[in-house]
Design a protein around this ligand. Structure first.
Ligand code: NDP
Length: 462
C-alpha cells in the first residue's frame, strides 16, 4: 500500500519486541520494507520471558507430583520424590534465554535493525531512543501490557506474574488474588509444587466469561487437589510481620486474617502506554490506556499503529501475531488485511487444563437462540488404574435451528490439544451431524466429542 519514502530512516519502526511487534517487523521486512525494532527489556516479550512459555514449563513441573503418585496404580514403586525450585528456575531461565536469543537472531536474519533501549515518540514520524532521533514513515506500538494491582494498603508487599517466575525459593504458603487465567494457572502450579495455596476471588465463581459448567468443574477440581478457594472475598490490607511473613486481612462475612509467605496478585493486566509520548503526539487512548485502533491496526494518527495487548482487546499471543502480520501486509503488501479473529480458541493451563472455542452456553442464549446442549462427565481411562478422583468434562453448544456447533468446551487432560483441532471444525461451521459422522478415535478422551447423544434444549429465560 505504501510507497518507499527515502526521506525517512526506516519505513517501519516497531516499539516492542514481543510476539506482535516481532511478527510485524519480520513480515514487513520480508515484504521489502526497511524496518527497525526497539525493545527495552528482553526480546520475546511477555509470552516468552514471563508469560505463556515459562508458565507452561512450570505447569509441566507441577504435574509430576500427580504423575509420581498415579504411577503406583500402574505397578511402579518409587522412592519419595524431592523437588528443587532453584533447579527448575535455572532450567527455565536457560530455555528462556535460548528463545529470547532466537527471537533476536531471527530478526537479524530477516534484515531488521535490532535496537536495545526505551523508545518514545517525539512526533508522528520520529522516535527517540538511546539519545538519538530516528525517523520512520510508520511507527508501530507493540509494547504489550503490564500487571495491574489495586491500590490497597500494603500492596508493595505483594508480587505479580512479573516476579513469581524468579522467586529465589518456592513460598510455603501463598495467597493468590484474582480469579482469572493467571490466578487459576498459578494456583495449580504452586499447589502441584508443594505450596499451600489459597485463592481469593471477589466474584461468585472463578474464570468469569468462561462457560459456567467449565467454571464449576474447575472449581471443584481445584478444591479436590487441596487448593482453598475463597469466593466473594477480597484483600483489605497486607502487613509485613517481623519474621518476614505477610498478614493479610480479607473482606467478607467473617473478617479473616491469613498469614502467608507470599501474596500473588493476578488481577488483570493493563496496556503498557506510559512514557511513550503517545498523548503528547495526540494518539487516542481508551479508559484503560490502550491505543485505540481501527480494524487495520491504525490509530487516530495516520502513520501510528498498534497491535497486541497494548490495544486492550484480546490479550493472547496468537492474536497479537495475527494482528502484527496483518498490519505488515496492510502497510507493505498488495492489499489491506484485517486479522480474522472470528473464532479464537483459548486455553487455561490450570490443573486440569481447559480448552474452549466459540460460544459459551450463556453467550449463545444471550443471542436469543434456541440451543441444544450436549455434555458428558467421565473418568478418564488413566484414572481407572491411578485411582485419582478426577473427572473430565466435555460440552458442545449447538444452534437448534441450523445444527451448527457454536461452541466446544473441555476440562481435562490434553483439553488445549484437543480443542485446537476442534477449533478448525467449529470455524468451518461444522454441524452436530458432522461431529456424529466422524468416526471415533478409540480409546481417547477426545472421542467423547463425536459420541455425545443426550441433549438438553434451552431458550433464553428457560
Ligand atoms: P484476567 O482478566 O483473566 O483476570 C483478572 C482477575 O482479577 C479477575 O478474576 C478479576 O475479577 C480480578 N480483578 C480485577 N480487578 C480486581 C480488583 N481491583 N480487585 C480484585 N480482583 C480484581 O487477568 P489475568 O491477570 O489473569 O491475565 C491477564 C490476561 O492475560 C488474560 O485476560 C488473558 O488475556 C491473558 N492470559 C492468557 C493466558 C492463556 O492464554 N492461557 C494465561 C495468562 C494470561 P472479575 O472477574 O470480577 O473482573
Amino acid at each position: 500500500m505504501t510507497k518507499q519514502m527515502p526521506s525517512y530512516d526506516y519505513q517501519l519502526f516497531v516499539i516492542g519486541g514481543g510476539s506482535g511487534g516481532v511478527r510485524a517487523a519480520r513480515v514487513a521486512s520480508g515484504l521489502g520494507a526497511r524496518v527497525a525494532i526497539a525493545e527495552n527489556f528482553r526480546y520475546g516479550g511477555t509470552c516468552v520471558i514471563r508469560g505463556c512459555v515459562p508458565k507452561k514449563l512450570l505447569v509441566y513441573a507441577a504435574h509430576f507430583a500427580e504423575d509420581f503418585a498415579d504411577a503406583m496404580g500402574f505397578g511402579w514403586t518409587l522412592q519419595p520424590a524431592a523437588f528443587s525450585w532453584p533447579k527448575l528456575i535455572e532450567a527455565k531461565n536457560k530455555e528462556i534465554s535460548r528463545l529470547s536469543g532466537l527471537y533476536e537472531t531471527k530478526l537479524v536474519n530477516s534484515k531488521v535493525a535490532v535496537m536495545h533501549g526505551a523508545a518514545h515518540l517525539v512526533d508522528a514520524h520520529t522516535v527517540a531512543i538511546n539519545g538519538q532521533h530516528v525517523t520512520a514513515e510508520h511507527i508501530l506500538i507493540a509494547t504489550g501490557g503490564t500487571p495491574f494491582v489495586p491500590p490497597i494498603a500494603g500492596i508493595e508487599h505483594a508480587i505479580t506474574s512479573n516476579e513469581v517466575f524468579d522467586l529465589p525459593q518456592l513460598p510455603q504458603r501463598v495467597l493468590i488474588v484474582g480469579g482469572g487465567y493467571i490466578a487459576v494457572e498459578f494456583a495449580g502450579i504452586l499447589n502441584g509444587l508443594g505450596a499451600q495455596v489459597t485463592l481469593c476471588y471477589r466474584g461468585e465463581q472463578v474464570l468469569r466469561g468462561f462457560d459456567d459448567d467449565v467454571r464449576a468443574h474447575l472449581h471443584d477440581a481445584m478444591i479436590k487437589k487441596g487448593i482453598t478457594v475463597l469466593l466473594h472475598r477480597d484483600v483489605a490490607s497486607i502487613d509485613k510481620l517481623a519474621n518476614g511473613s505477610l498478614s493479610v486481612a480479607l473482606t467478607g462475612a467473617q473478617n479473616t486474617k491469613l498469614v502467608v509467605d507470599s501474596v500473588l496478585y493476578a488481577t488483570g493486566r493493563i496496556p503498557n502506554t506510559q512514557g511513550l509520548g503517545l498523548a503528547e503526539v495526540g494518539v487516542a487512548l481508551d479508559e484503560a490506556g490502550g491505543v485505540k485502533v481501527d480494524a487495520y491496526g491504525q490509530s487516530n494518527i495516520p502513520g501510528i499503529h498498534a497491535v497486541g495487548d497494548v490495544t486492550n482487546r484480546i490479550a493472547l499471543t496468537p492474536v497479537a501475531i495475527r494482528e502484527g502480520a496483518a498490519l505488515a501486509n496492510t502497510l507493505f503488501g498488495a492489499t489491506p488485511v484485517q486479522a480474522d479473529l472470528t473464532t479464537v480458541p483459548s486455553a487455561v493451563f490450570s490443573q486440569p487444563p481447559i480448552g474452549t472455542v466459540g460460544l459459551t452456553e450463556a453467550q449463545a442464549l444471550s443471542q436469543n437462540r434456541e440451543i441444544d446442549i450436549y455434555s458428558a462427565r467421565f473418568r478418564s481411562m488413566r484414572h481407572t488404574l491411578s485411582g485419582r478422583d478426577e473427572r473430565t468434562l466435555v460440552k458442545l453448544i449447538v444452534d437448534t435451528a441450523s445444527q451448527r456447533v457454536l461452541g466446544a468446551h473441555m476440562v481435562g487432560a490434553d483439553a488445549p490439544e484437543i480443542i485446537q483441532g476442534l477449533a478448525i471444525a467449529v470455524r468451518m461451521g461444522a454441524t452436530k451431524a458432522d461431529f456424529d459422522a466422524t468416526v471415533a478415535l478409540h480409546p481417547s478422551a477426545a472421542e467423547e466429542f463425536v459420541t455425545l447423544r443426550d441433549k438438553v434444549t434451552r431458550k433464553r429465560n428457560d
